[in-house]
Design a protein around this ligand. Structure first.
Ligand code: SF4
Length: 450
């Protein structure tokens, strides 16, 4: 079997070797000095590489300046551009950054709203059209030694993929496999893959499936792993630990990102704890009896403790279903231990005891006070098991990413927002205050009728 090594500036990624944490700036890319400072802080906190979003063509020039300034300050960490919607922007960034993250959904068939059927022939033609659209970028990256991450997200799969496989782990794996085919047909191997979802179980299943398929094909590319829209605070950390930890303990992953709706610098220490757990011997403090995972410890570092319990619970639950998790750690109060049990069981899907708030880590596309909305939703609606609320930074990507929520709010320009009920937008672009009030009103009406 061939294990591919991907080179990104001064870092080489090979599955099964070193693990690197990474994060992403959430400042406005046009605010170059602010973005440079934040990128440096993230790197100094221990990130192997730093990602910066490039939403529009006008941001390419800003990105060039940002990279120059980072290098002038003497920092050599790889800089990654995050490109979501316009393949042309990705091409413009070759030679500017060290790696480009693309979303395969943006290279897929256009103007086909509703498929009723797709023949194999038609399907293969669509793959070849995707290949044609990707070719100029891939050829340029090959010539410049620029790496690519093919970042498949459950919320932005191509229409044909959803038509054939639904929003399933298979769809994520299949999408990534198609891109292996596309890259290999163009003789390009400097490519990393990621398969992300906001549900930890879906994300781990997709990655395991993809890894199995890569092994069957005989070539393994590095994986970047993470749970999207994990949220914030304890729940966000636990969700990431359950998904990322389960994969790391299975030996899957080269780079990881813990996506939190908090300042990105805070993601790195937690990511590092997860990396440490992957190489530690934790077994003495954990045992499974009657399908319950018992965790006994005297670890007093709370973040490390959360990371370890989350990772081991995810690993064990996704291998053989657990009925519950029991935690005893005298360094924390009974209430803290119970809160951790609740968060872990919810993230694993063992027991749902509270509302799930799905929120993105924000990026340059966020232009409203997302943390304020989260706090309001959390304080008003946190105790409704089964209720899912999405709080997303932008209207471009947010609706797709909060696909399976009951209600949601997404940011637009100038501190404005739009409100969703399920998949339907139920407001125009309105002020943040109007949006919060509408969201509260529709959730309350829903809860009254439940
Ligand atoms: S959903 Fe959030 S993280 Fe994703 S592109 Fe929009 S603002 Fe950025």
């Amino acid at each position: 079997m061939t294990i591919k090594t991907v080179n990104i500036r001064n870092i080489s990624l090979t599955e099964g070797t070193q693990l690197f944490p990474q994060s992403m700036t959430n400042s406005n890319t046009q605010e170059m000095d602010k973005t440079v400072e934040q990128a440096i802080r993230i790197a100094e906190n221990g990130a192997g590489m730093v990602r910066i979003s490039v939403p529009g063509k006008e941001d390419v020039k800003a990105m060039r300046n940002i990279v120059q300034k980072i290098r002038q300050r003497g920092y050599d960490f790889p800089v990654i551009a995050d490109v979501h919607f316009n393949p042309e922007i990705a091409e413009m960034l070759v030679g500017v950054v060290d790696k480009i993250r693309i979303n395969p959904g943006n290279f897929s068939e256009k103007n086909r709203k509703n498929f009723t059927e797709i023949s194999d022939e038609e399907y293969n033609i669509m793959i070849s059209q995707t290949c044609d659209r990707a070719k100029p970028l891939i050829e340029k990256c090959k010539n410049h030694g620029t790496a690519i991450r093919v970042g498949v997200n459950q919320g932005s799969l191509s229409q044909r993929m959803v038509f054939r496989y639904g929003h399933t782990p298979q769809a994520l794996a299949q999408s990534a496999l198609e891109w292996i085919g596309i890259c290999e047909s163009l003789d390009f191997a400097n490519v990393v893959f990621s398969l992300k979802a906001s549900n930890a179980h879906t994300m781990t299943e997709a990655n395991k499936l993809f890894m199995e398929e890569m092994k069957k094909r005989g070539t393994v590319y590095p994986l970047h792993i993470g749970v999207t829209e994990a949220g914030y605070g304890l729940d966000g950390r636990v969700k990431s630990a359950v998904g990322i930890g389960a994969l790391l303990l299975d030996g899957i992953g080269s780079t990881i990102r813990v996506s939190l709706t908090e300042s990105p610098e805070k993601e790195i220490p937690f990511a590092q704890h997860l990396i440490d757990i992957a190489s530690s011997h934790y077994q003495n403090h954990y045992r499974i009896q009657d399908d319950v995972l018992y965790c006994h410890h005297t670890m007093d570092n709370q973040e490390k403790w959360i990371a370890e319990v989350g990772a081991i619970s995810g690993y064990e639950h996704f291998r053989h279903t657990l009925k519950g998790v029991s935690i005893e750690n005298p360094c924390f109060s009974a209430r803290q231990n119970q809160e951790l049990v609740t968060a872990v069981e919810q993230a694993c899907g063992i027991r749902i005891r509270k509302t799930e708030i799905i929120s993105c880590p924000t990026c340059s596309r966020t232009d409203y006070d997302i943390e304020k909305v989260i706090q309001i939703m959390d304080s008003r609606f946190s105790h409704y098991p089964g209720l899912k609320i999405g709080v997303m930074g932008c209207i471009v990507n947010g609706p797709g990413e909060m696909l399976d929520t009951d209600f949601g709010i997404v940011g637009a320009k100038d501190n404005k927002v739009a409100v969703y009920q399920g998949k339907n937008r139920i407001s125009s672009i309105i002020s943040l205050e109007e949006g919060i009030s509408l969201l509260e009103k529709v959730i309350l009406a829903y809860l009254d009728n439940r």
